[in-house]
Each structure stands twice: as structure tokens, then as C-alpha cells.
Design a binder for this molecule. Structure first.
Ligand code: MSP
Length: 645
């Protein structure tokens, strides 16, 4: 990391077409963690979050609810802000793209890019995915009409549009990626972006005329039927929040130290955003860090699937700090993670309860029993230099891993001193030392444990701000810049202090605390509590079942997929104009010839996918047990395309 005096950290601004789920909470909690560390270490920090409120998707969402887009945006934006407030998220500003100052700033930027010759007017004709708010060239579409990102059908747009000369920035972007190996984190993502840009960039349509809900163009362009493309509007928030195009009051925070995002919006941040900034002659952000997806039972979470998890519900049940720890510890940054209560409970009981909580309890117990709670660090180095060194070595490794977004590594490393402490108690046995009259050595051991816990409390504070403050207070200090500097930076030991007794911080959790961790407000269900708890399986409503379209079809062609041991390539008539091409992993169990002419059950509304480079437009139902795999078929012949209910 280069040495900036100011640190600017951002989350994406969240669309107001949906309320927050754990994916949103994850991004925000990571950003909050970095911001807290940055402030604790004395850096002048500005942490921005907010809501993205314009665009066709929001306009349509408001319409279906019979509300004006503004009223609808006000309502949902407030739910995000309230949630972050309840979560104690330490943002410095919550921006809304419907703020007047933001709109003015975006118009200012548009005008600047226009004056520079980077914006021209033409006709856009092509495909647009409303769900992703993104244009796609035909070459990228699945099956000529489906969105390559979300699989939904795209709409054809043919309208007058202003374009941004993205193509003119291709080489400059490639040079930026080249010269800044850490500009996109994790590094694997940078390679993906480079490959995408190398394949060639087309100019970007940045205005729309077919709807209204967006920022108007600067008035001197005299083109009132256009509104700005929502991503141009949204990305600019990172600048307008600092006063860009207005009072410029906080521009000293630019460039951003890190834009935290999810991997699905990397293209916008790693390609469009730097190109816009280059056009505006602004410095580029230091890092764009893309995390992976949280899934539920292996599936992407979405409102339409009804499988979203409400972060508040989880935090209320398990504790906010515990939830934060789990999210950051469980998945390596950039990777996907599956949410399960079992994994959460294991982390709480084992890492937090056993390793950390018990250590604190043992410390409190020993110090009370042997020394009336009064601890003195004078002789720690005399007896336990090796243990102290081990702790310091771990603590010193932490800061760089945090700023490189290796937060799971950070936590892994932070647990080493805890293990040193726990092992030292078992190895040196303070009760034996006391019995043998080695009081000084026993005191040094208890003080070693206290000092390890002090270091861990400080460094764990950004992730678990509440619990760690309690630990620090029990040890007689507050976590703040002062204690961070003395204890972590200057490696000073704690002064003489009295340990206070506090109740156990991480009581053991025996059973899942949520019968059904999901968003109750987006998904109403009549299911009873007993039904939900049945075998621990998440129950679904009938409406969710019917989100899967199942149809009867007849295999009309079947062949082996070259180079694959597992896959067969099938053409199946499911009563549509063209047969469906399905790649199925059944080669071990069926020969192609035996399948032709037989009927099968097809999942007909599955997002198309590529298997071994071959497109697959559905899935067959089959059952596999110790007797092998068998396809599920109708008991009697059925017309192709018959719905299965
Ligand atoms: N409005 C845009 C961002 C504009 S930033 C200039 C947007 N909003 S969003 O609400 O759809 O998503 C916001 C963030 O939440 C994204 O970073 C996205 O990756 C993240 N997540 C949404 N669902 C997620 C999961 N299931 N798991 C992890 N993060 C996910 O995109």
C-alpha cells in the first residue's frame, strides 16, 4: 500500500429495488472493518455508503407497487440506512443518488467529458438487461437474447443516445492494470479484466430516452428527453460524495484507497469507472476489491427464489459481532461462501468460545485466585520472551493483510497468539508454579496471557467492535488510537492493572437459533414453526416450487460429447419451436441409442450454461442411489411440453 495520509473507503451504493440481505451486509461489514482499522491506526478516514436510486429497474419496481419512484426510493433507502445504523456501521456519509448535490455533480462531470470530446450522439441499437442495468453486444448474449450475467431475457433497444468513447481508453486502461499490479484485488480478477479489455472495448451508451427516472443532461445541451445511464450516475457518487462539482469540501480524500464491491459489478468499476476518471483527468483509485458471492444451500440468493437471508435476523439471534466474525473468517476474500447456521455455530463455539472466551475466563479466574486480580507485567520478558516474540511476529503481519483484503488470513494469523496463550497455560501450569512457590513466574505467565489478550482485543476490534471493547475494559484499557499505538505499534506491555470479572462473552450455542433464516419481510409464508423445524430442512412455499418449470420431453437425438467421460449431448422436444439442447452427466448409465425416442422430465426454465464449451438449455431429472442412476420418466406417454405439477 502506498502511504496516503487520508483513507477513503467505499461500498457500492445499493439498489433500492430490494431490501438488504447478507450479501449487502458482507460488503458493508468488510468496508466498516477497514474503516475502523484505519481510524484506530490514526489515519484520516472517510467511509462512504449509500443507495443507488435511479434507472429503469427502480422505476419499474416503484410502478408495480403503485408508488412514485421517489417515494419508493425514500422508503427503501431508509431501510438500508436504518439497518447500517442498527449495525453500528461507522460510515461518514450515506449518499443517495437522488440528492440534489449528487445530481449537480454528475451533470458537471458529464459536461466536462462532453467538452473534452469524449461524448458524442448517435443511435444505440442493441440489447439491454434491465436487471443488470447493462448493455450487451450480441456476441456476448446467450442464445442471442439472454443476459450473460443473470440469464434473464434482454430487451431490444433502438434509440438516440449519447455515447462515451470507451474504446479510446482501451490502451490507457491496459497500461494502468499493467503498472498497478494491485489495482484490482484479488489478483486473479485483474487477469479477467485484462483479458476482457484486450478483447476490445466498444463505446458505451450513457443516456436513455425511453424512460424518465434518472439524472437529466446538463441544461445547456438542451436535450431534455435524455436521462443518464444509471451506472454513469451511480459510479459518480464516489466523487460527488466528496463535493465534486459542488463545494469540493472533502476532495482531499480522493483518490479512494479502496472501492469494495462484489464480483458481479467488477466490469463497471474496473473498466468504466477508471475510463470516466481518466476522461475527467482525475487520479485513479488505489484498489478495487471484489469479493465473492454468498449463496444459500449452494444457490445464489435472490428475492425471486425466496432464499435470501436477513442479516438483522442473524445478528439478532447470534450476536452482531459473532455474525461479523463469521462472515469475515469463513470465506477467503474473493471466494464464494455458503451460509449455514451450522458453520456459524461452529465458529462461535470453537474460535470465539473455546479459543478466545475461555482464555479470558481462565485469565480472570487465575488472576483472581492467585493475585486478587492485580497484574504486573514486569517479569514477562524474563520468563516468556519466546512466547512474546511469537505473539509480536504474528501481530506485525496483520496490517498488510488487512489492506490487501486478506481478512480471513488476518484472522487466522490473529488466532496464533491465542493458541500460544492457551498452550502456555497448559505447558507451564500456573497452579503448579504457585504450589512450588514460584509466584513471580506464575505472575509473569498470567501477565503474558493478559498482554496477548490485549493485543488480540485491539487487532480484533475492527471486526468485533463490541466484544473486544469489553475484553479491553476487563483488562483496564479502551481500544483506541492511543492503546493501538502503545500496545501494538510500540509493543509496550500493559501497566500494572486490576482485572475485572465479566460474564462469559461467547456462551456455547447448542442448536440453530433460527428456525428458518430468511427474510420474512420479502417472503410471507404460512408455514408453522414446527413445519419449519422439521429435520432442519428449509421448507418452501408452493409458489417457490412453481418457480421451477418442469416439462415432459422426448429425446430426439443423442450423442457422446467429445472428450468427456461423463456427458451426453441431447436434443429434446419439449413442445417448443426448436428442440432443447441439453448436456447431461449420464454417460456412465445410458448409451446414446438407448435414449432416443424415450421420454424424460426436463427443468425448462434453467439459466443456460456451458458445459465443456457446449451450451446446455435445461436439465433432466434423475435419481441416483447405490443401484446407480435412473432417469425419472412419466408412467404413461405424455404430449411433449406437458407441464409437470
Ligand atoms: N447499485 C449497484 C452498485 C452501484 S456502485 C456505484 C448494485 N447494487 S446491488 O444492490 O445490486 O448490489 C450491491 C452489492 O451487493 C454488490 O457489490 C453485490 O455484489 C453485492 N451483493 C448482492 N448480492 C450478493 C450476494 N448474494 N453475496 C455477496 N454479495 C452480493 O450492484
Amino acid at each position: 500500500m502506498s502511504c496516503h495520509k487520508t483513507v477513503y473507503i467505499t461500498t457500492p451504493i445499493y439498489y433500492v429495488n430490494d431490501i438488504a440481505h447478507i450479501g449487502h451486509a458482507y460488503t458493508t461489514i468488510i468496508a466498516d472493518t477497514i474503516a475502523r482499522y484505519s481510524r484506530m491506526s490514526g489515519l484520516d478516514t472517510f467511509f462512504l455508503t449509500g443507495t443507488d436510486e435511479h434507472g429503469q429497474k427502480i422505476e419499474e419496481a416503484a410502478k408495480t407497487r403503485g408508488k412514485t419512484p421517489q417515494a419508493y426510493a425514500d422508503e427503501i433507502s431508509a431501510t438500508f440506512k436504518n439497518l447500517w445504523d442498527e449495525f453500528g456501521i461507522s460510515y461518514d456519509r450515506f449518499i443517495r443518488t437522488t440528492d440534489d448535490a449528487h445530481k449537480k455533480g454528475v451533470q458537471y462531470a458529464f459536461q466536462k467529458m462532453f467538452d473534452k470530446g469524449d461524448i458524442y450522439k448517435d443511435i444505440y441499437s442493441g440489447h439491454y438487461c434491465i436487471s443488470c442495468e447493462a448493455f450487451f453486444p450480441k456476441s456476448q448474449l446467450v442464445d442471442d437474447e439472454f443476459c450473460p450475467e443473470c440469464g434473464k431475457i434482454t430487451s431490444i433497444v433502438e434509440e438516440e443516445s449519447y455515447f462515451f468513447r470507451l474504446s479510446a481508453y482501451q490502451d490507457k486502461l491496459l497500461a494502468w492494470y499493467e503498472e498497478n499490479p494491485n489495482c484490482i484485488l484479488p489478483k486473479s480478477k485483474r487477469n479477467e479484466v485484462i483479458r476482457f479489455v484486450e478483447a476490445g472495448l466498444e463505446d458505451l451508451s450513457i443516456t436513455r430516452t425511453s424512460f424518465d427516472w434518472g439524472v437529466k443532461l446538463p441544461s445547456n445541451l438542451n436535450d431534455p428527453k435524455h436521462v443518464m445511464y444509471v451506472w454513469l450516475d451511480a459510479l459518480m457518487n464516489y466523487l460527488t460524495a466528496l463535493g465534486y462539482g459542488n463545494d469540493e469540501e472533502r476532495m482531499q480524500y480522493w483518490p479512494a484507497r479502496v472501492h469494495l464491491i462484489g464480483k458481479d459489478i467488477l466490469r463497471f468499476h474496473a473498466i468504466y469507472w477508471p475510463a470516466f476518471l481518466m476522461s475527467l483527468d482525475m487520479p485513479l483509485p488505489k484498489h478495487i476489491a471484489a469479493h465473492g458471492w454468498w449463496t444459500r444451500d449452494g444457490q445464489k440468493m435472490s428475492k425471486s427464489k425466496g432464499n435470501v437471508i436477513n442479516p438483522k435476523e442473524v445478528a439478532d439471534a447470534y450476536g452482531l459481532d459473532n455474525f461479523r466474525y463469521f462472515m469475515l473468517r469463513e470465506v477467503p476474500f474473493g471466494g464464494d461462501g455458503d451460509f449455514s447456521q451450522k458453520a456459524l455455530i461452529d465458529r462461535i463455539n470453537s474460535d470465539l468460545g473455546n479459543d478466545l472466551g475461555n482464555l479470558l475466563n481462565r485469565l480472570i479466574g487465575m488472576s483472581q485466585k492467585y493475585f486478587d486480580g492485580k497484574i504486573d507485567s514486569t517479569n514477562v520478558a524474563k520468563y516468556y520472551q519466546a512466547e512474546l516474540d511469537e505473539m509480536k511476529a504474528s501481530i506485525a503481519k496483520l496490517e498488510p493483510s488487512l489492506f490487501e483484503m486478506q481478512i480471513h488470513r488476518y484472522l487466522e494469523e490473529l488466532w496464533r497468539p491465542l493458541s500460544v496463550a492457551n498452550k502456555s497455560i497448559d505447558k507451564y501450569q500456573p497452579w503448579v508454579l504457585m504450589k512450588d512457590g514460584k509466584d513471580e513466574e506464575a505472575m509473569a505467565l498470567v501477565a503474558l496471557i493478559a498482554n496477548i489478550l490485549a493485543n488480540v482485543a485491539i487487532m480484533l476490534y475492527p471486526i468485533m467492535p463490541i466484544a473486544t471493547q469489553k475484553i479491553a475494559r476487563a483488562l483496564g484499557f479502551e481500544v483506541d488510537n492511543n492503546s493501538w499505538r502503545k500496545i501494538v505499534k510500540e509493543e509496550m506491555l500493559l501497566d500494572t492493572f486490576v482485572i475485572s470479572k465479566i460474564p462469559p462473552l461467547f456462551p456455547r450455542i447448542e442448536e440453530p437459533l433460527l428456525a428458518h433464516a430468511k427474510t420474512s419481510s420479502t417472503q410471507e409464508s404460512d408455514t408453522t414453526k414446527e413445519e419449519k423445524e422439521d429435520k432442519g430442512v428449509a421448507l418452501i412455499g408452493i409458489d417457490q416450487f412453481f418457480q421451477t418449470t418442469l416439462k415432459i420431453g422426448t429425446v430426439i437425438e443423442a450423442s457422446e460429447l467429445p472428450k468427456s467421460d461423463r456427458l451426453l449431448l441431447l436434443q429434446i422436444d419439449i413442445g417448443e419451436a426448436k428442440p432443447r439442447q441439453i448436456v447431461a452427466g449420464i454417460k456412465e448409465y445410458y448409451s446414446p441409442d438407448s435414449l432416443v425416442g424415450t421420454q424424460v422430465c426436463v427443468v425448462a426454465n434453467l439459466k443456460p450454461a456451458k458445459l465443456m464449451g457446449t451450451k446446455s438449455e435445461g436439465m433432466l431429472l434423475a435419481a441416483k442411489d447405490e443401484n446407480g442412476l435412473h432417469l425419472i420418466r412419466p408412467e404413461a406417454p405424455k404430449t411433449n411440453g406437458t407441464f409437470i405439477k
